[in-house]
Write a protein that binds this ligand. Sequence first.
Ligand SMILES: [Zn+2]
Length: 70
Amino acid sequence: MKLFGRKSHPTVCPKCGGKVVPIVYGMPLPEMEEKADRGEVILGGCCIAVDEHGRQLDPQWGCVDCDERF
Ligand SMILES: [Zn+2]
């Protein structure tokens, strides 16, 4: 299985210049909810969309300021 995230991830939002954090998918653990409350991650929901090759289609990064996802 190939790992995701080979391309360098953005550190600032291309739209507003805000903080970019990883979007976490799957059932949120309590610690993930705490991180989301602190603005360290964005909870993306429990369903992950993948294509026929198993590649993730959903955005992996989100902006905590304007909610832009990419
Ligand atoms: Zn933004």
